[in-house]
Design a protein around this ligand. Structure first.
Ligand code: HEC
Ligand code: HEC
Length: 381
C-alpha cells in the first residue's frame, strides 16, 4: 500500500473532526438546555447581562402599530398617505418620491451606503427603514424630528430630498380632482392642506409594522422549532456575553436612545457629530440613535454612514469598537467624543460570532411588497 493511502483514513478523520467542530454545536446537551430555558416565557429567561443604570426592557413579540389621538388611523387616510408616499410628481423635479429611498423590497431602505438625492448628489447618511416607525420616539439618526409629521415636513423642504415647499405641494394637490376626493374621504373636507398631507403620510408610515412572520416572533408565539440551535445560542449571546441588549432591547430591539460607537470620524473627512447637531451638548458629539434590529438582514449596508456589513459589525463590537485617540492638539478639546462605556472587548469565538449573525437573521420577516397605487391625475380640477 502506498504510504499516503495508509494515512488517508487518518487524514479524512482529521478533516471530519475539524469540519464537525466548526459546523456542529460545541455541545448538544448545552444547546438543549438553552432551548429549554428560552422555551419559557421571556420573564423566566436566563438573566440578561445589563450594566448598572441601563433601563432594560425584555425582548418580545412585535407590537401592533399605535396611532396618536391627534391623528387616528382610518383606511382613507392610509390610502391617501400611500399615494403621497409614492408620488414623485410632488417633488421639486417631479421625480423623487419617498419610495425612491424607502423601498419595501429593500426593507424600506434603499440598499445604498448613503442615499442619492436630487442631481445624484449623495446625501450624508444611510436611509433608515420606516418599519415600526409608529413606535419611534424621535426620527432621523440624530433624532432631530419629534414626530413622523414633523419628519415628513423636513423631507419635503430638504433641497436634496423632495426639494419643494409646503405651498408648492399644496398647489399641486389642489390642482387634482382625484386628490381632492381623497382628502374629502380622509378628512371630510376636500381642501388639501399641508398638515393634512403630513398626517396622511404619517398614517401610512405607522401602518408599516412587523407582522409576526419572523422566526423569532414565531418562536415567541410558541413554535419552539422556529429557531435553530445556532439562533437560540445567538439569542442567548445577544442578551448576555455579547452585551447587545444593553442598547438593543424591548420588542423592537432598540432603547430609542443615542450612543457613541466611535464612528463620528471626529476631525476627519467623514466627520458627523450626530446628536450634537440637535442638542449642542458636547456630551452628545458622535452619538447616534440606536436603530431597531427587526428585519435588519434586509437593510444592508449599515450604520448612519452605510459603511459596514453585518459580519463586519459583529467583528467591530467584538473588538469593543474603535477608540479614537486625541492628537496632542485635541488633548484639551471639550468636544472630543467619548465612546459609550457600554462597549467592551467581548472575546467572542468564531462560532459565537456565527451564532449572533444567525440570531440577527431570525429577525427577518416575510417579503411584503408594497407597490405604488394608481395615482390621480394632476391639473384637472
Ligand atoms: C433622497 C432619499 C430620500 C427621500 C426622497 C426620502 N428619504 Fe426619508 N430618509 C432618507 C435618509 C438618508 C434618512 C436619514 C437622514 C438623517 O438621519 O439625517 C431618512 C430618514 C427618514 C425617516 C426617519 C426614520 C428613523 O427611524 O429615524 C423617515 C420616517 C423617513 N425618512 C420618511 C420619509 C418620507 C415620508 C419621505 C417622503 C416625504 C422621505 N423619507 C423621502 C432618505 C430619503
Ligand atoms: C452602546 C449601545 C449599543 C450596544 C451595546 C450595541 N449597539 Fe448596535 N447600535 C447602536 C447604535 C447607537 C447604532 C447606530 C450607530 C451609528 O450608526 O453610528 C447601532 C447599530 C447597529 C447595527 C446597524 C443597524 C442599521 O440598521 O444600520 C447593528 C446590526 C447592530 N447595531 C447590532 C448590534 C449587536 C449584534 C450588538 C452586540 C454585539 C450591538 N449592536 C450592541 C447601539 C449599540
Amino acid at each position: 500500500m502506498h504510504p499516503l493511502a495508509r494515512s488517508l483514513p487518518l487524514l479524512l478523520g482529521l478533516l471530519a473532526c475539524c469540519a464537525t467542530a466548526v459546523v456542529e454545536p460545541p455541545d448538544d446537551a448545552a444547546a438543549a438546555t438553552l432551548r429549554a430555558a428560552y422555551s419559557q416565557p421571556p420573564a423566566a429567561w436566563p438573566a440578561a447581562t445589563i450594566d448598572p443604570g441601563v433601563a432594560f426592557v425584555e425582548l418580545g413579540r412585535a407590537p401592533a402599530p399605535t396611532y396618536p389621538p391627534a391623528n387616528p388611523w382610518s383606511k382613507q387616510k392610509q390610502a391617501l398617505g400611500h399615494a403621497l408616499f409614492f408620488d414623485g410628481r410632488l417633488s421639486g423635479t417631479g421625480q423623487m418620491a419617498c419610495a425612491s429611498c424607502h423601498d419595501s423590497n429593500l426593507g424600506w431602505s434603499d440598499g445604498r451606503p448613503t442615499s442619492l438625492g436630487h442631481g445624484a448628489l449623495a446625501l450624508a447618511r444611510n436611509a433608515p427603514s420606516i418599519l415600526n416607525s409608529a413606535h419611534g420616539r424621535s426620527f432621523f439618526w440624530d433624532g432631530r424630528a419629534a414626530s413622523l409629521e414633523d419628519q415628513a415636513l423636513a423631507v419635503f423642504e430638504n433641497g436634496r430630498e423632495m426639494a419643494t415647499s409646503g405651498e408648492a405641494l399644496v398647489a399641486k394637490l389642489r390642482s387634482s380632482r382625484g386628490y381632492r376626493a381623497m382628502f374629502a374621504a380622509a378628512f371630510g373636507d376636500e381642501e388639501p392642506t399641508l398638515p393634512r398631507a403630513l398626517a396622511a403620510l404619517a398614517t401610512f408610515e405607522r401602518a408599516q409594522a412587523s407582522d409576526g412572520s419572523s422566526d423569532f416572533d414565531r418562536f415567541l408565539a410558541g413554535d419552539r422549532a422556529a429557531l435553530s440551535d445556532a439562533q437560540v445560542r445567538g439569542l442567548h449571546l445577544f442578551r448576555t456575553k455579547a452585551r447587545c441588549a444593553n442598547c438593543h432591547h424591548g420588542p423592537l430591539l432598540t432603547d430609542g436612545g443615542f450612543h457613541d460607537l466611535g464612528l463620528s470620524y471626529y476631525g476627519r473627512k467623514r466627520q458627523d457629530l450626530g446628536r450634537h447637531a440637535v442638542t449642542r451638548d458636547p456630551a452628545d458629539v458622535g452619538r447616534f440613535k440606536t436603530p431597531s434590529l427587526r428585519n435588519v438582514a434586509r437593510t444592508a449596508p449599515y450604520m448612519h454612514n452605510g459603511l459596514f456589513d453585518l459580519p463586519g459589525i459583529v467583528n467591530m463590537y467584538d473588538a469593543g469598537m474603535a477608540t479614537l485617540v486625541p492628537s496632542p492638539e485635541q488633548a484639551q478639546d471639550p468636544m472630543f467624543p467619548t465612546k459609550s462605556p457600554l462597549l467592551q472587548k467581548l472575546g467572542l469565538t468564531a462560532g459565537e460570532k456565527k451564532d449572533l449573525l444567525a440570531f440577527l437573521e431570525a429577525l427577518t420577516e416575510r417579503r411584503r411588497r408594497v407597490s405604488a397605487p394608481q395615482l390621480p391625475p394632476l391639473d384637472d380640477a
